[in-house]
Design a protein around this ligand. Structure first.
Ligand code: SF4
Length: 428
């Protein structure tokens, strides 16, 4: 019997709008079993698929890994002229490769259940269009069952991520932390930028705490004692965190230099029609990396949406964000946090505090990218939506963000007190 899938307290809507963006942007890996299944579906009689290979080998001649093939216009070979998936239309959802079925859901292990999250790379998630996520639970349960069958493990057998280093925590205490942090975002008397600084204050204070009470169970910060501590810290954040981002010192030279290459990883697209020209060859990627480290001159086009603009222009503050933009940035943060996607196996096995700080950096990167995108004359609201889609597409999925070098950069920004400065600088 598969474990239950639970939804989130934040109201997030979604339904597929059939925009076909995902059928064009992603290279979908297919297992040997899925290949056999698709080959047996009788596509040789389909005129539009005559002589078209269904799969492409990835990783060189001797590799046994394949992905779905795409046409020269970027569309998956199985995308029909009516913009519908041929496999889905002819054989139903279960006949498609697993990644196509699950997208844009994210199923996150949470002890005795799975949490249902959502990828904001999908425009429908950004637009909040469709039915509430709670109405998708029965569908998500089927996918959780498939994941459990494939991996041979249920969510319950996966241990919770540590708080940091070897500092372990139980699933129920992790749920207490997640709930307290999400509550900070639910409080909309502050701007999203200040709410992020409050969360960073709570995280940096909790990094100093010894949760095990130095081996004395009477002093251990667990259960209701943890809830109490979280309440005290959230209240203290109200007094300790400056009201205005203008009262926060700007990020240092080192902070910006470390941040820019991370922002570049969040602002890139390597496959599909949105691939940036700066990603077209190993040389251009190298040149772009150097340009981001220098932070001078033109911003390399790591994504097709990046207009011709300079690093200097991206340092200019935006007008005040609209209610709609604030609400999107809040939903994005709360869905990532409440679903648990920010840490553990869904975010390169990051510990809890690291995962929350990585999401703060993703927020700063999205705001940096918003400024860049807004230079092409689009509205700030539209720029925020596009930036969230681009950044979320990479968050937890771009393997470069899981490398030791990036984790070191994140740690450095945290230790030097640069995270709140970056959030204040780019979020205002
Ligand atoms: S990107 Fe989202 S809305 Fe568009 S086809 Fe894919 S799942 Fe549907």
């Amino acid at each position: 019997m598969p474990l239950p899938v639970r939804s989130l307290t934040v109201l997030q809507n979604w339904d597929c709008q059939g925009c076909t963006s995902c059928c064009r942007q992603y290279h979908v890996a297919v297992s040997a079993e899925e290949r056999k299944k698709i080959e047996a579906q009788g596509w040789e009689n389909e005129p539009d698929l005559q002589g078209v290979p269904y799969f492409v080998r990835t990783g060189g001649w001797f590799s046994s890994e394949y992905r779905l093939n795409h046409r020269p216009d970027g569309a998956c070979v199985f995308l029909g002229p009516d913009n519908r998936c041929r496999i889905h239309v002819k054989h139903g959802s279960a006949a498609k490769p697993l990644p196509c079925r699950i997208y844009p859901y994210s199923l996150v292990p949470a002890g005795d259940h799975w949490k249902l999250g959502l990828r904001f790379a999908c425009p429908s998630a950004v637009e909040d269009r469709g039915r509430p996520l709670t109405e998708h639970l029965s569908e998500a349960r089927q996918y959780a069952a498939v994941l459990e069958a494939l991996s041979g493990t249920a969510a319950i057998t996966i241990p919770p991520p540590p708080l940091q280093g070897s500092q372990q925590i139980t699933w129920s205490d992790l749920a207490r932390i997640v709930s307290a942090i999400s509550e900070v975002f639910a409080e909309d008397i502050d701007t999203i930028e200040r709410r992020w600084r409050k969360v960073l204050f709570v995280v940096s204070t909790l990094r100093q705490a010894k949760f095990d009470g130095d081996g004395d169970p009477q002093k251990a910060i667990v259960g209701s004692r943890l809830t109490e501590l979280l309440t005290i810290l959230v209240d203290a954040a109200e007094d300790e965190v400056p009201e205005s981002p203008d009262d926060v010192p700007p990020p240092s030279w080192v902070g910006r230099m470390v941040f820019r290459p991370v922002a570049a990883l969040y602002a890139r697209k390597d496959t599909g029609p949105d691939r940036g020209s700066a990603q077209s060859s190993a040389f251009s990627r190298f040149a772009s990396a150097i340009q981001f480290a220098r932070g001078r001159g033109r911003i390399p086009r790591t994504h097709v949406a990046i207009p011709q603009t300079t690093f200097d222009v991206a340092e200019q503050p935006l007008d005040e964000l609209s209610e709609e933009a604030e609400s999107l940035l809040t939903r994005w943060a709360r869905v990532k946090i409440e679903s648990g996607q920010f840490c553990g196996p869904t975010n390169f096995n990051m510990a809890v505090w690291d995962g929350l700080e990585s999401l703060a950096v993703a927020f700063a990167a999205a705001m940096w990218l918003t400024r860049v995108l807004a230079t092409d004359g689009r509205s700030v609201d539209d720029a925020v939506k596009t930036a969230v889609r681009i950044v979320d597409d990479n968050y937890g999925f771009n393997p470069l963000l899981g490398r030791g070098r990036q984790k070191f950069a994140l740690n450095l920004l945290g230790k030097r007190g640069e995270l709140s400065k970056l959030v204040a600088w780019y979020g205002k």
